[in-house]
Write a protein that binds this ligand. Structure first.
Ligand code: PEP
Ligand code: MG
Length: 533
């Protein structure tokens, strides 16, 4: 059994507690089951919807204040006061008037406020950031109909910081304690912990522990004891291998010995469980199946939790997460102007650039998740090189913000789907893309002027043109990792031509993997049938 591991920290509230760990990486997110968020900004209801949500949040806080001691009431009063502050309402209202959706307007206004507090010189001010984060999430929860979640009584809360209302809503009579990676002894939760005699330490730095592990908090000496062992987590190690150059998987080769990577495509994050040792990694995760509504798209913490889980489950193996490919046949519930956007040609990356508030939330979640595994980010429906430059700039801006806020993150390699004929023909001009992946579903649709639903009927007839384009494009992608994740990769009958075109990395639906695997073994790298096959 592992030796207990003791981490020195700062005491924020005296006393000693032990119990199962509850890992709250970030303040708990709104559930995936959240209903679609209300009306789009242009509707006169946008501002009214926000006012109602603020009222709900105030009502919840007032209920929390009932029966609370004077200190707790002071904190809640401060939060209610902020919620009633006309400057916040005005700043949010201005964003709504400028055409932003009510949820994103609220998130952006509060994020700016939180960012300013976190950057303050005085510790007292910095400690208030989590109070504002608390009300941001409470109103977000009210807007999307999902309350802020509690955690099991008697457990040790472990996280970056803790919101006061989470502390107040929790039943501490069964024991438990708090260990925060950062936090402040001057913060409101520390104050509450002292008054309720809940042992608490802050400034532990990040450390690894699993949910349910036995943990001790020594608020007298200022330490955390991980009974099952553990390690502090240093800043993320640099990504050593080039993008897409996976070295895992069980050494799949063609009959003449050329190494081939076989990855899986996943839609739902739960499908990551299909990643077995014979798989090189995730070649495509379609994030639009995890981010189903505008409420999900506004929720950075929820997205972070989903991406992080997938990356941690994948371990050493690379995971390529594609940014939201919304538009065309792919809806986002609550984005009411989608038909109009699609009609003006906005889809995939163009739509993300036209609605940067959606992109920015996802970019932050991806940057933060990237610290927990080998993430690659893929951009959908790229047509022109400047689209990648513009998205890269968003990544740089958001990374700078995260650095200012001292939030763990890492810049992932950024590559692109090759699924628009104009991009495939000009692939050598996409200097800013670090890797390419062919999306033959859309490539076929746009090359053969068939509808997406009609691809099935026309795929055989369109295939020669698609394969010729692929072969040309592979040659243009000099020295950059290239893969294929469209459905063609999962059809063994196309494999000889795809190998002949020079493709060596195939990403297919988990169910297609056995068939593709055995087809590869029976072929030479030039696509010819192996002797004796
Ligand atoms: C493709 O177009 O081939 C692809 C992989 O993307 P999607 O099927 O999600 O459009
Ligand atoms: Mg596509």
């Amino acid at each position: 059994m592992a030796e207990p591991f003791r981490l020195n920290a700062k005491s924020a509230s005296p006393g000693v507690a032990s119990g199962p760990a509850f890992l709250a990486e970030e303040p708990k997110a709104v559930s995936a089951a959240a209903p679609d968020i209300p009306a789009a900004p242009q509707t006169p209801g946008g501002y009214g919807v926000l006012a109602d949500a603020i009222d709900v949040a105030i009502g919840e806080l007032e209920r929390l204040a009932e029966g609370a001691d004077a200190e707790s009431r002071d904190i809640i009063d401060f939060q209610i006061e902020v919620l009633g502050d006309p400057t916040i309402a005005e700043a949010t209202g201005a964003r709504i008037d400028a055409g932003e959706n009510v949820v994103f307007a609220w998130v952006a206004t509060l994020d700016a406020y939180i960012g300013a507090l976190e950057a303050a010189d005085e510790e007292q001010m910095r400690a208030r950031a989590v109070d504002i984060l608390d009300i941001k999430n409470r109103v977000l929860g009210a807007l999307t109909g999902t309350p802020v979640a509690d955690f099991p009584a008697g457990s040790i809360f472990i996280g970056r910081d803790m919101e006061p209302s989470r502390f107040l809503a929790h039943d501490w009579s069964k024991g438990g304690g708090i260990a925060l990676f950062s936090g402040s002894t001057a913060g409101h939760v520390a104050l509450l912990a002292r008054s309720k005699m809940v042992p608490m330490v802050v400034g532990t730095g990040r450390f690894s522990a699993a949910d349910g592990d036995p943990v001790g908090v020594d608020g007298d000496a200022g330490a955390v004891v991980l009974q099952a062992g553990g390690t502090p987590m240093p800043s993320p190690p640099p990504v050593e291998r080039p993008a897409g150059d996976a070295d895992t998987g069980e050494g799949l080769r063609t009959a003449d010995g050329v190494p081939i990577l076989l990855s899986i495509n996943i839609n739902d994050a739960a499908e990551i469980d299909a990643l077995d040792p014979a798989t090189a990694g995730v070649g495509l995760m379609r994030s639009e199946f995890s981010v189903l509504s505008l409420a999900d798209a506004a929720n950075e913490e929820r997205q972070l939790a989903i991406y992080r889980r997938v990356l941690e489950r994948a371990g050493e193996r690379p995971v390529t997460i594609r940014m939201l490919d919304i538009g065309g046949d792919k809806p986002l519930a609550g984005l009411d102007d989608l038909p109009a956007l699609s009609a003006s040609g906005l889809r995939g990356i163009r739509l993300l650039l036209a609605r940067p508030e959606i992109a920015r939330v996802q970019v932050r979640a991806l940057l933060r998740a990237s610290a927990f595994g080998r993430l690659l980010v893929m951009l959908p429906m790229v047509t022109f090189p400047d689209e990648i430059d513009a998205m890269r700039q968003i990544f740089r801006d958001e990374a700078a913000q995260l650095t200012r806020r001292a939030l763990l993150h890492r810049m992932p390699p950024i590559g692109m789907m090759v699924e628009v004929p104009a991009a495939a023909l000009m692939l050598d001009t996409f200097e800013a893309a670090e890797f390419f992946s062919f999306g033959t579903n859309d490539l076929t649709q746009y090359l053969a002027a068939c509808t997406r639903d009609g691809i099935e009927a026309d795929s055989d007839k369109a295939a020669p043109a698609v394969l010729r384009l692929l072969a040309q494009a592979v040659k243009l992608a000099v020295r950059k990792p290239v893969s294929i994740c469209g459905d063609m990769a999962g059809d063994p009958s196309y494999l000889p031509a795809l190998l002949a075109a020079g493709l060596r990395h195939f990403s297919v639906a988990p169910a297609r993997r056995p068939a593709i695997r055995s087809a590869i073994i029976g072929l030479n790298a030039d696509g010819t049938r192996a002797a004796g096959e």
